[in-house]
Design a protein around this ligand. Structure first.
Ligand code: NOJ
Length: 538
């Protein structure tokens, strides 16, 4: 059984980011209001009613800052403005005002590790070795025999170093060569970037999701990374050829995160979330000394692990065991960087996955479109947008398939745009869309709404304790409880019927197969293939 809740809220109870559900909007693909085929901030305002109706508590908006879009906004040229394609600061202010009016919090993306190569700081930095901004980025001389200063790799393919011929030095780019890394060992960079954090919090953001937080500080001696002994065993991403011992997850980063936390906390009940792809054991360090790190590091295990009941059961238990005292858990099923859950596990299991996401202990993050079961959309080579796919084509690394336009209606443009969408629409959008699913009691959307509604009504599911239940085969089961209320969640991760011995009685309050709802269970729980149930224990 997990520890009782350690409230992060101002009143000692759970904070909004502990009780609530976060919904991620990828702004290019959510709602276009000006017909250019690209979503915009006014579109988010327009769709806040959908989020409110669905029952989410916060919206995290991926970057909308001015950018040449080499990495679709994760390459920023001005951290304190809105790109024209997305609208203006007036639109951002309207999002905050209108979201808050509906009780929805707003989380923005904060990208500390790098800027665009077109950022004025980088233009200055590369102007000469003596420029006052030179040291705002990470520059090194070529290796003694020539070539890059060390063996570090870019996440998007090739060396992490790019030669700047006029000044004869290399600059570091953990991501694209168009995304030079900032030098956070320079106090002026830290001061400026912490001010950026203040800027958005002053503007009404309720929190930030920190991009690539574990790479912000690197080894000060720039030592080579060692080879990855497991590379080649089905691992097809060249970035994994080396262990990132010296280029990521450095111990020094935690003191820096404490300073970010200090800024965020000075604004009251706001949230600092870190994006960290790492082993669970390593991820825990990001809660920080005495809980002075991020409020939670994003937990991507449901994205990364094979969809297998025994694997997930072991992972959930281990995660719960490893959480430091008072640390708040969280779960993520999809995002703009990973293939959609419906494509990974199939449409029927995606319903079970949703039940898992919203009943595990901790804050769930829901990726736009997953609430209607959107799947990855194949993108023909001549329409590829993602630089990762362009750099390393045909390996399944590209992220366009999970970034296609939201499917609102059956109209041309799917209610997303009156123009030509920047990425192709799914071929099934006429059947799979919000309008159709709102009126279908058996739809994925109806299931999501019911799950969020139940979670909101039952503190046991939102903030209650969690305890594992022994199960076998394809069944994953656990208990949630709070006060006198107890729920058993039993999920069949396989397509064949399965059963679970249950020492008690109760009522099925929600099922992924609606016909079985309201049924009484006693002794054994019989699950159909692909069925998940939430049982209120009598
Ligand atoms: C993680 C973001 O989620 C991803 O989309 C981006 O490409 C990299 N960080 C670089 O900012």
């Amino acid at each position: 059984m997990t520890e009782a809740l350690e409230g992060g809220g101002a009143d000692g109870g759970p904070a909004w980011w502990q009780r609530g559900v976060i919904y991620q909007v990828y702004p290019r693909s959510f709602q276009d209001t000006d017909g250019d085929g690209v979503g915009d901030l006014a579109g988010i305002v327009q769709r806040l009613d959908h989020l409110h109706w669905l029952g989410v508590d916060a919206v995290w908006i991926s970057p909308f800052y001015p950018s040449p879009m080499d990495d679709f906004g994760y390459d920023v040229t001005n951290h304190r403005a809105v790109d024209r394609v997305y609208g203006s600061m007036v639109d951002f202010d309207r999002i905050v005002e209108q979201a808050h009016a509906r009780g929805i919090r707003v989380i923005v993306d904060y990208i500390p590790n790098h800027t665009s190569h077109r950022h004025p700081w980088f233009s200055e930095a590369r102007a000469s070795r003596h420029n006052r901004r030179r040291d705002w980025y990470v520059w090194r001389d070529p290796a003694p025999g020539g070539g890059p200063p060390n063996n570090w790799l870019s996440a998007f393919g090739g060396s992490a170093w790019e030669l700047d011929p006029p000044t004869g030095q290399y600059y570091l780019h953990t991501f694209l060569r168009e995304q030079p890394d900032l030098n956070w060992r320079n106090p002026a960079v830290e001061q400026e970037m912490l001010d950026v954090l203040r800027f958005w919090l002053d503007r009404g953001a309720d929190g930030v999701r920190v991009d690539a937080i574990q790479v912000v500080l690197k080894d000060e001696h720039f030592r080579d990374n060692p080879p990855n002994p497991d590379y080649g065993e089905g691992v097809d991403d060249p970035y994994d050829a080396l262990l990132r011992e010296h280029s990521a997850d450095r111990p020094e980063v935690h003191a820096l995160i404490e300073r970010m936390r200090h800024v965020v906390e000075s604004y009251g009940e706001r949230v600092l979330i870190g994006e960290i792809y790492n082993e669970v054991e390593r991820m825990m360090a990001y809660y920080g000394r005495d809980g002075r790190g991020v409020h939670f590091p994003y937990n991507f295990q449901l994205i990364k692990l094979p969809w297998d009941a025994r694997t997930l059961d072991a992972a959930v238990r281990r995660y719960e065991e490893l959480l430091p005292p008072g640390a708040w858990p969280n779960w993520v099923l999809g995002n703009h960087d990973r293939h959609r859950i419906a494509s990974r596990v199939g449409a029927a299991q995606a319903r079970v996955a949703a039940m898992l996401l919203f009943t595990l202990r901790g804050t769930p993050t829901l990726y736009y479109g997953d609430e209607i079961g959107m799947h990855d959309v194949p993108v023909p080579p001549d329409r590829v947008q993602d630089p990762w796919e362009k750099n390393l084509p045909g390996r399944g690394l590209g992220r366009d398939p999970e970034r296609t336009p939201m499917q609102w209606t059956a109209e041309p443009g799917a209610g997303f745009t009156s123009g030509e969408p920047w990425l192709p629409l799914a071929d099934d959008f006429r059947a799979v869309n919000v309008a159709a699913q709102r009126v279908d009691p058996g739809s994925m959307l109806t299931l999501h709404r019911a799950l969020l509604d139940l979670r909101r009504r039952e503190p046991a599911l939102a903030v209650g304790q969690w305890a594992p239940v022994d199960a076998a085969g394809d069944v994953l089961a656990y208990l949630r409880s709070h006060g006198g209320a107890r729920f058993l969640v039993a999920l069949n991760l396989g397509g064949d019927p399965a059963s679970l011995a249950f020492d008690g009685a109760g009522e099925v309050v929600l099922s992924t197969i609606p016909e079985t709802e309201g049924g009484q269970v006693e002794g054994t729980i019989d699950l159909r293939g692909d069925e998940g149930v939430i049982i209120r224990i009598a």
